[in-house]
Design a binder for this molecule. Structure first.
Ligand code: ADP
Length: 269
């Protein structure tokens, strides 16, 4: 869409001519639309748990439920909804910091295997609870990556949380890594329901959820993968996914290899 702006040149009461300015407002409109969509989505995502909290609170306050056990159950749900709100707000803050260029990477040469190991240990209880099998395939001689430790943790946690959530009970999760050119490519795979091809590109969009009903615990924020991609790209890498419905999903990301930097404490990026 092109817009023509015309301003008359005033010659003392007489219009002597006009200057025109042609501008492309398609991009401007698109950005405005995206901002509106984003605000609408955030509002919706915040309102859902809040509405549920209000309902449960009301039921307790008005004495609709009196059985202590029932009240206990309600409080459990309310706790879950509160945690979800906290996660959502934290993710929104993360995203805004990353997009505002406020995240500085403190890169160091990192061996991937121990980082993956630590993240898996932190998730062990949840995996155990779901009787998940976990496998890692990281070659001993894999080159170190040039990455920010905390951000790499966050990338892995977001991908592994999805893998665990979608793999379902007794599923399998696998983390593999390979050297490719001057990068290291990491794959996080699960044996979950997979993602239909036509939906696959959109999982990287804010608040996109393939099937709202499927995230049984409703714990998703729809922001995890957005943050993964932004953090990976901040490192100069790429993030992508492959999936076939019924065959599980594979999420990949690449990171630059460390080039001769010592595998030591943090050094400036
Ligand atoms: P969420 O917090 O909802 O998981 P994400 O940004 O992490 O948000 O993921 C966006 C959507 O992509 C999810 O809601 C889900 O529909 C889909 N998705 C992500 N990871 C997987 C996976 N491992 N298996 C199947 N679907 C997935």
């Amino acid at each position: 869409t092109l817009r023509l702006r015309v301003a008359p040149i005033d010659g003392g009461g007489r219009v002597e001519g006009a200057v025109g300015l042609v501008e492309d407002i398609t991009e401007q409109r698109r950005v405005e639309q995206m901002r509106r969509d984003f605000v609408a989505n955030v509002s919706h995502e915040l309102r859902t748990p809040l509405t549920s909290l209000r309902g449960f609170l009301q039921a307790i306050r008005e004495g609709v439920v009196t059985d202590p056990r029932e009240i206990g159950r309600y409080l459990g749900v309310m706790h879950g909804e509160t945690m979800r709100l906290i996660r959502l707000v934290n993710s929104l803050l993360d995203l805004s910091r990353i997009e505002g260029g406020q995240v500085q990477l403190h890169r160091q040469a990192l061996a991937l295997a121990p980082v993956v190991e630590d993240v898996l240990v932190s998730m062990h209880p949840r995996m155990e609870e779901n009787a998940l099998r976990v496998e890692t395939d990281i070659p001993q001689d894999l080159p170190a990556v040039w990455a920010d430790r905390d951000r790499l943790d966050q990338i892995l946690i977001n991908l592994l949380e999805n893998a665990v959530r979608y793999a379902g009970r007794e599923g399998q999760v696998r983390v593999a890594a390979r050297s490719l050119g001057d990068a290291v490519v990491v794959a996080v795979e699960d044996t979950g329901p997979g993602i239909p091809a036509e939906e696959l590109p959109y999982v990287w969009d804010r608040f996109y959820k393939v099937d709202k009903a499927r995230t049984a615990d409703g714990s998703g924020t729809g922001l995890g993968l957005v943050i993964v991609r932004q953090l990976v790209e901040l490192h100069g890498g790429r993030a992508w996914a492959e999936s076939q419905p019924g065959q599980g999903s594979r999420f990949f990301f690449s990171l630059p290899q460390a080039q001769g930097q010592e595998e030591t404490g943090p050094v400036s990026a």
